[in-house]
Design a protein around this ligand. Structure first.
Ligand SMILES: Cc1ncc(COP(=O)(O)O)c(C=O)c1O
Length: 419
């Protein structure tokens, strides 16, 4: 590939060489991977960390007295410390490893929610949440007899915060909001919402699945009580999620799942719990993938999250500028890239998003088409779904050009087919 014309803050071509998959072809064309909001590709360092673990350290953790077990335990706990530093948690014990962001959110709903949310209480969400930050709360509300209220979404695809004081009231027990919309890319300003929640004595949960991978996130500055995200959306392996919680909350909470590892003592009559955070990590965890996630965090930290954000903002601004030049296209979310992450979500009024995605795939361009696990948001805009291109550190302006060419081809093909 020729040198990038981007004025980027880091050497994108050097980064691309770290990702073996970016060398492959799809349908005879170079792969242009623009489905990063779904999952990102993995650098060699992460793949090597997985192989290294299995070749040199494979052992169960926290219980072995042999060398392999000690090394594996140290490497696993080192990732916890890296995660803590990455989001500026006050201590590593505030970090619980789960299977995914989804499991982290379910953990809160189960372990905190069932103990603290009662009949008549209210939970506040937004209309733009991913199903993972909606369905666990709906189930909790149904079980205990609580009510869910939703912060609405404007035509621009931003949160409508007028009337926030009528939505978050003294009945509110918990407010759970995504920091960045996976469907439109909108960056939500959380200060007002979190301050309103805390004024009413409610807790604030942040879904960081689309923010932590893409911008600096500081849990102490945001002042959230919980934060959930997934390793696979930030260069790490699948099967690892993170729950950050204020340490005191984790201490108060009852366990989520039970079994080995999470206990301190078991008698025939009952059991007592391990310390935080291990109380929430029942059974053998995903050791290899957690360790390899550490390599992903090293990779992103070396680039600098401000630089990651700046690079994505440049790509997004260029993509929006080029998309806006296409006749009839509808683009969702704020046009101002300071208020949106690395996502371009769009539609043609008369072409199904899946058809656009299929034509793009034939050109080697991978995007997502559909409801993006945000059906209520799609319904708000009276549509079944959108075509979504989402960017990451290894994407180039030339790849945005390939996207635009593919979209133009789709447009021409379907106009011809229907004309
Ligand atoms: C905003 C948001 N929240 C939660 C999730 C769930 O993440 P996972 O499927 O890794 O649990 C996603 C995944 O796309 C997401 O985009």
């Amino acid at each position: 590939m020729k040198p990038s014309k981007a004025k980027t803050v880091f050497d994108v071509q050097a980064i691309r060489r770290d990702f073996p998959i970016l060398g492959r072809q799809v349908h005879g064309k170079p792969l242009v991977y623009l489905d990063n909001a779904a999952t990102t590709q993995k650098p060699r360092a992460v793949i090597d960390a997985l192989v290294h673990y299995y070749e040199h350290q494979n052992a169960n953790i926290h219980r072995a007295i042999h060398t392999l077990g000690e090394e594996a335990t140290a490497a696993y706990e080192e990732t916890r410390a890296k995660v803590s530093q990455f989001i500026n948690a006050s201590r590593p014990e505030s970090i619980v490893f789960t299977r995914s962001a989804t499991e982290a959110l379910n953990l809160i709903a189960y372990a905190w929610g069932r103990a603290n949310v009662k009949k008549g209480d209210e939970i506040v969400l937004t209309q733009m949440e991913h199903h993972s930050n909606m369905v666990p709360w709906q189930r909790l509300a149904q079980e205990v007899g609580a009510t869910i209220k939703y912060i609405g979404v404007s035509d621009e695809g931003t949160l409508d915060l007028d009337g926030l004081d009528d939505i978050i009231t003294e009945k509110t027990k918990l407010v759970s909001v995504t920091q960045v919309s996976n469907a439109f890319g909108t960056i939500n300003v959380l200060d007002k919402i979190i301050a309103a929640a805390h004024r009413r004595g409610a807790l604030a949960v942040v879904d960081g699945a689309q923010s932590v991978p893409h911008m600096p996130v500081d849990v102490q500055a945001i002042d959230c009580d919980f934060l959930a995200f997934s390793a696979h959306k930030m260069l790490g392996p699948t099967g690892v999620g993170v729950l950050y919680a204020r340490y005191e909350l984790l201490e108060e909470m009852e366990p989520f799942q039970s079994g080995g590892e999470m206990i301190s003592r078991v008698r025939l009559e009952g059991a007592s719990w391990n310390d935080v955070p291990w109380k929430f990590e029942a059974g053998t965890p995903n050791i290899a993938d957690v360790i390899a996630f550490g390599a992903a965090l090293d990779y992103l930290s070396a680039l600098g999250m401000d630089n990651v954000r700046a690079h994505e903002q440049e790509l997004t601004a260029y993509a929006l500028r080029r998309l806006r030049q296409l006749e009839d296209i509808i683009i969702y979310g704020p046009q101002d890239t300071s208020r949106r992450g690395g996502v371009a979500s769009f539609n043609y009024p008369d072409i199904h998003a899946h058809d656009v995605g299929t034509i793009l795939d034939r050109e080697g361009v991978a995007i997502r088409a559909g409801h993006h696990c945000a059906q209520p948001l799609m319904r708000r805009f009276d549509m079944a779904g959108t075509a979504r291109a989402s960017f990451y550190i290894y994407n180039t302006l030339e790849e945005v050009d390939a996207l635009i060419e593919g979209v133009e081809k789709a447009r021409a093909f379907f106009s011809h087919a229907s004309g």
